[in-house]
Design a binder for this molecule. Structure first.
Ligand SMILES: NC(=O)C1=CN([C@@H]2O[C@H](COP(=O)(O)OP(=O)(O)OC[C@H]3O[C@@H](n4cnc5c(N)ncnc54)[C@H](O)[C@@H]3O)[C@@H](O)[C@H]2O)C=CC1
Ligand SMILES: O=C(O)C(=O)COP(=O)(O)O
Length: 614
């Protein structure tokens, strides 16, 4: 599906996949955060995509053309979503809601859709992403944890993964508190006992929370909200999180401590870290053995961070006196799971995010992100693509086009058979290098270089990955100019070192193929080929001719093209000195017939020429 929006080519490159950084709450110590609803909810009625990158029409506003102009995208939703989010998706896309699909059914369906929206129960494996290759461009996770999505495979396939990281924070934190208090007072067990006709007041004596130490393992969005709430219960809070900013903890009145200190001093341990290779089964026999005897554990994060067999052993030998679990390694857990049936364990079926408020919020948050991504916008919640702020993207938008065109041009100047290894992109700018984020531009140069010579489909998500796979080293350089930092970039040069060129005129004095472009009136222009200055719009197709500078050549070439019905839209001649070598750059709307190109080549003073499709 072709999309009309200006950034659709970005989705058609990335630092390594990283989870979005935790929101740093700034409220005073002890204050509870409100529900972190989606930007849409917060701005009531006005859809502002979290990362709007252009003046493209709003997805909710009157002009839906940005999304649907070239055909409505199709979105597959495989788990129940809040109604408002579904409604928003339906306004701009064909929505197929198909729940409880088998892996085989999912693979079949995914090949027919542009986007897939899931929650935690759908496993978006490499096979699923392979099945979607060529069409599937966005996976939206209506929630936080993206451990059910194979991020590496998505990146390789150029498929953007977005999540909804804020809408269910409060719900998850509230559920952790619910489990903490219910566990301490045996609420679930006492409820079951009373319903079974018993009255067991002595059996269900609980423990108090006030004055007890709670260790929060993973001090991100949910962890910090749990800390605030638990403070209100009079608990002493410590937290362990190797990546959490100390000031955020200090602002809430929480001490960040080492893993060992956290687990050995806490009466209650609440888990709030993501499931990653380094957190898988972090809570094992050894960890439990180092905990305070009789400790109580709450897990509203992911079952996989706990070795469930080890937990069962720790419960049986009394090291852990109680556990409250919302999440399991396998969901649903086996019916005869000893852990689930253990009398000292309180369980819920992954309900952390299941409040109506959180569901509506997450559904809207993901619908906005998916629709924005389908329009080619870079969502603020992209998980496997560079997080480039909206204003930066908006400012760089004409340079994005220029970067890709220069990449396309330079690769077509390479003589067949010469392998490209090193690409250097040099930005001339008066701006402080720290204020110029060039990741998107680098990705687009890569796209321009690799796409014409391969079947690879390259976008902002997978450009770096594909470049690495192909052994392409893309380096960047800066030329600092005096002048106004208002304009982000004066020119972009692309150099290819150690390659032969089929157009010797493009070789710089250092022997590399070199082209340079600028943005003029918002349009990409070619301004330098090798040592020759030219000025030609980088649109459509281009003929580059090298000749000895003399009168009449422009006329000869122009008349050949005219006779062949090829419209010349731009022409520029650059020369090193009068009467010496010159380069003629001719922009043409149509691709000239071979015969026309041959006739141009036959003009005696034309020493070489090349036709390039941009
Ligand atoms: N049960 C449910 O329905 C829900 C579960 N969750 C889960 O809760 C967890 C936390 O979610 P958020 O707070 O939104 O994520 P977040 O990304 O804001 O916070 C996670 C924190 O864990 C920290 N962390 C990473 N590795 C760690 C390690 N080895 N030791 C200690 N800390 C580590 C990170 O630095 C980060 O601060 C995730 O696993 C998420 O999937 C979230 C929402 C609902
Ligand atoms: O957001 C998360 O990480 C959750 O675990 C919530 O999962 P769910 O969307 O309820 O399947």
């Amino acid at each position: 599906m072709a999309l009309a929006a200006p950034f659709c080519h970005l989705l058609a490159a990335p630092p390594p996949a990283t989870a979005p950084a935790a929101d740093a709450p700034r409220e005073p110590a002890g204050a509870l955060a409100p529900h972190r609803a989606s930007p849409l909810l917060r701005r009531r009625g006005r859809l502002l995509l979290a990362c709007r990158v252009s003046a493209a029409p709003s997805a909710r506003g009157g002009d839906a053309a940005g999304v649907v102009a070239a055909g409505r995208p199709t979105v597959l939703v495989t788990e129940k979503l809040g109604a408002a989010g579904l409604e928003l998706l339906r306004r701009f896309a064909n929505v197929d809601c198909a729940y409880e699909l088998t892996a085989e059914e999912l693979r079949a369906k995914v090949s027919l859709v542009d986007a897939l929206v899931v929650r935690s129960a759908t496993r978006v494996t490499r096979e699923v992403l392979e099945a979607g290759r060529g069409r599937l461009r966005v996976v939206g996770r209506a929630g936080v944890g993206i451990d059910n999505v194979d991020l590496q495979a998505a990146t390789e396939a150029g498929c953007l993964v977005v999540n909804a990281p804020t809408a269910n924070t409060v719900a998850a934190a509230e559920h952790a508190i619910a489990l903490l208090t219910a566990m301490a007072r045996n609420v679930a067990q006492a409820d079951a006992s009373l319903k079974a006709g018993k009255w067991q007041r002595n059996k269900y004596v609980g423990v108090s929370l006030v004055g007890k130490t709670l260790a929060i393992m993973g001090f991100g969005k949910v962890g910090s909200e749990v800390a605030r709430r638990a403070k209100g219960l009079g608990m002493d809070i410590i937290a362990h999180d190797p990546y959490a900013p100390v000031d955020r903890a200090r602002a809430i009145g929480v001490d960040l401590v080492s893993f060992d200190e956290a687990i050995s001093t806490a009466d209650f341990v609440s888990l709030h870290m993501p499931l990653t290779p380094s957190t898988a089964k972090l809570f094992d026999d050894e960890t439990f053995a180092n905990m305070k005897k009789g400790v109580r554990i709450i897990n509203v994060a992911r079952g996989g961070v706990v070795d469930e067999d080890a937990l069962l052993r720790a419960l049986d030998n009394g090291t852990v006196s109680q556990a409250a679990l919302d999440v399991f390694t396998e969901e649903p857990p086996p019916k005869d799971s000893k852990l689930v049936h253990h009398e000292n364990v309180t369980v819920t079926p992954h309900l952390g995010a299941s409040t109506s408020e959180a569901q509506e919020g997450a559904a809207l948050e993901i619908a906005e992100a998916v629709l924005g991504a389908l329009k080619g916008e870079l969502a603020a919640t992209a998980v496997n693509a560079p997080m480039v702020p909206a204003e930066v993207l908006s400012e760089l938008s004409p340079y994005v086009v220029l970067a890709e065109k220069l990449g396309r041009l330079v690769i077509q100047l390479v003589a067949g058979g010469s392998g490209i290894k090193g690409v250097k992109v040099v930005y001339s700018s008066a701006r402080d290098p720290d204020d110029l984020d060039t990741r998107v531009l680098r990705a687009m140069v890569t796209k321009g270089i690799v796409e014409p010579i391969s079947s690879a489909f390259i976008n902002i998500v997978n450009a770096d990955y594909v470049a690495k796979q192909r052994g392409l080293r893309i380096s960047e350089g800066r030329i600092l100019l005096d002048g106004s930092p208002e304009i982000p970039i004066d020119s972009i040069q692309v150099h290819l070192a150690n390659v032969e060129s089929k157009f010797a005129g493009a070789l710089s004095d250092e022997g590399d193929i070199r082209v340079e472009g600028e943005v003029k009136d918002g349009k990409p222009h070619l301004t330098l080929v090798g040592p020759f200055s030219v000025d030609v719009s980088l649109e459509g197709n281009l003929i580059l001719c090298r000749q000895v500078d003399q009168p009449g050549i422009i006329g000869k070439v122009g008349s050949i093209l005219g006779k062949m019905n090829v419209n010349v839209n731009f022409m520029s001649v650059g020369r090193t000195a009068p009467g010496k070598q010159a380069i003629m750059a001719i922009g043409v709307d149509e691709e000239p017939e071979k015969e026309a190109l041959k006739l141009i080549g036959d003009i005696p003073s034309v020493e070489e020429f090349v036709f390039v499709k941009l």
